[in-house]
Design a protein around this ligand. Structure first.
Ligand code: C2E
Ligand code: MG
Ligand code: MG
Ligand code: MG
Length: 283
């Protein structure tokens, strides 16, 4: 009897697993279709300098409209990361985002300086040898100076993969900026951090948004650590004026979050180009 019940459980588990795998497989197929035939677009969230509120950069974030609803990246990026699809997606984002910034610069008549464009790179893509060509080709096609592109990567990727580290060093040699995204959620030691080819830390939203004084102190510590290592710091997910005030007191360089603006459609984003977004803290 026990054996029979056990077998039944296994079958039930198999059925569930099979249908979940089928759903993922289907999502993957639809996502490939969207990449080839349309359905993907980018939105752009401003990054501001804390002391001035000046828009100093953008982060490109991928959006997928599928069967009448907007599928969040947290749902489809993990599926795309199961295969090389994520490399193709990231390459598409790189081309789009660099072309977008180049066209905004042309429209504004900007020749040097100006806001940067940040693009998220999946760990799988960073470990793929094609990544260097993808980035170089995007910059060339857009005619964008490498200095204006920032690649966002997560800590785990760098600690886990020697290939990724090697590619990152080659990308940095092109002149692009490298930011560690969601900083604080991984396991990088301060020693490792100092040896990594990176320019900026993006402190994860979970620390910035926390009401816990200990977590808040960690934000202060992360900002100081970054500065000691000669890195810039961006605080992610800033939603309240009090958070921005704390960040200013801690000498955080840049901030990003709903308090300043949500990720915007290209036309809305362009309206913020060259703007100052200072939600009350500087007065
Ligand atoms: P991320 O790179 O850490 O991006 C920041 C996420 O936080 C975005 O979510 C953004 O909309 C959200 N956010 C910004 N400010 C606030 C705030 O004040 N409060 C709250 N609650 N959220 C805020 P989104 O667009 O859903 O993206 C989620 C993640 O998906 C990204 O996290 C990134 O890891 C990944 N992702 C997005 N686009 C791409 C892409 O083109 N390629 C790859 N590989 N990953 C991407
Ligand atoms: Mg990011
Ligand atoms: Mg992040
Ligand atoms: Mg995040």
């Amino acid at each position: 009897l026990a054996k029979a019940r056990g077998k039944g459980r296994v079958e039930l588990f198999d059925d569930e697993l099979r249908s979940r795998m089928a759903a993922r497989h289907e999502l993957d197929a639809h996502l490939r279709d969207a990449l080839e035939h349309g359905g993907l677009r980018l939105v752009y969230q401003p990054v501001v300098e804390v002391v001035s509120g000046e828009v100093t950069g953008w982060e490109a974030l991928l959006r997928w409209e599928h069967e009448g609803r907007s599928v969040p990246p947290s749902e489809f990026i993990p599926v795309a990361e199961d295969s090389d699809l994520v490399c193709d997606l990231d390459a598409w984002v790189l081309r789009r985002a660099t072309a977008q910034l180049a066209s905004w610069r042309t429209a504004r008549g900007e020749s040097d300086g100006g806001p940067t464009m940040a693009v998220n790179l999946s760990g799988r893509h960073l470990a793929d040898p094609r990544v260097v060509d993808h980035v170089r080709d995007a910059l060339t096609a857009a005619g964008l100076p490498a200095q204006l592109l920032v690649l966002e990567v997560t800590e785990t990727v760098l600690v886990d993969s020697p290939a990724a580290l090697d590619h990152l060093a080659r990308l940095r040699a092109l002149g692009v900026g490298i930011a560690i995204d969601d900083f604080g959620t991984g396991y990088t030691s301060i020693g490792q951090l100092g040896a990594m080819p990176v320019d900026t830390l993006k402190i994860d939203r979970s620390f910035v948004a926390s009401e816990d004084p200990a977590q808040r102190s960690l934000v202060t510590l992360m900002i100081q650590t970054a500065h000691i290592l000669g890195l810039g710091v961006v605080a992610e997910g800033v939603e309240r004026v009090s958070q921005l005030e704390d960040l200013r007191d801690d000498r955080c360089d840049q901030a990003q979050g709903y308090l300043m603006d949500r990720p915007l459609e290209p036309a809305e984003a362009f309206a913020r180009y060259g703007a100052v977004i200072a939600p009350g803290v500087l007065s």
